[in-house]
Design a protein around this ligand. Sequence first.
Ligand code: NI
Length: 154
Amino acid sequence: MAKRNIRIYPDEALRKKCRPVKDITKSVVTLIDDMAETMYGANGAGLAAPQVGVLKRIVVIDAGEGLVELINPVFLEKSGSQIGDEGCLSLPGKWATVERPDYAKVKALNKKGETIIVEGHDLMARALCHEIDHLDGILYIDKAIEPPEKENEN
Ligand code: NI
């Protein structure tokens, strides 16, 4: 495993629509392992493949409930609403308030190509929405209720 470089906004990879994974090759598995290492190394709660410059529909999340690896994730359900602060490893030092569903349920493939269902409330729902948005080139700043403020900007 190896850490990969995290693309920083406004890197153009962050605005691309990602392609579904057709075959879970060795390089896809290596990418996912690297993404997890990169996320943990940066103390993040999630990371999407375009954030390391790979335009594939893959995300990793650890919202405090263990590592979740999702290939080609699709929402089955979203409900409720929560308002909270959100950040992103591609926009270091910034936070903004974003409204998200309070519950989300996702279907995806795991590294073995098996269909998995992942669901969560609170932070997990927020992370699922934030990371899957990345796969369509959408950043949390697009959805911010108030524009992001830079840390130490007073
Ligand atoms: Ni992000």
